[in-house]
Each structure stands twice: as structure tokens, then as C-alpha cells.
Design a protein around this ligand. Sequence first.
Ligand SMILES: [Zn+2]
Length: 114
Amino acid sequence: MKDYVEDKRLREQCVLEEMIRLYCRKQHPGETMPGRACCPDCQDLLEYAKSRSQKCPFMEEKTFCSNCKVHCYKPEMRQRIRQVMAFSGPRMLLYHPGMAIWHLVCRLQNKRKR
Ligand SMILES: [Zn+2]
């Protein structure tokens, strides 16, 4: 069970990273720091999002886009991650179909539970 949770955590962080990178590439072109995937602001957001995911006590039962995730963000970061999700969410299907499908499956599972 623990492995499953850790795997889920890693995947979540991986999706977060892809989504933030994609957002930054399109929204902040030319601001990328040398040797980094995104600009300093997006890097901050990514670090923050990853640290939240790392500490999340609900990893086992939650799905990727469950609201609990957004609730533990502080308001400023919540605002920013929402923008990223709104922008990158639909585009993930284009760039990373595998991840997008997994994300979709999570959402469906979540709906069924409710
Ligand atoms: Zn950026």
C-alpha cells in the first residue's frame, strides 16, 4: 500500500511539473532562467506545489484534482495554481496524452465515489 501511495505522489508531482512548465513556456516566453525549466515565479510555484504534495496526508484516498489539494494552498498560490490548471489542463491532452488520460480516469473515479 505504501508503494502505491508513493507512486501516486510521484506521479502527481510529475504532472504538476509538466503543467507548470507548459504554462510558463506559453505565458512567459523568454523569462526562463538558464538551466531551468521555467521563470523564477513559476519555479517558486512548482517548489511550493511539490512541497504541498510531499506533505499531503490524504494522498491515499484523494485523486489528483480533488479539492483538498487546493484547500491546503495559501490563497496566493491557490490563485496561481488555478490559472496553471485552467491553461494547461486541456492542453495536456495534446502534449502528454498519457498523463491527460490518467488525470481523466482519476476524475471519473472521483465522480463515481460521490
Ligand atoms: Zn513562468
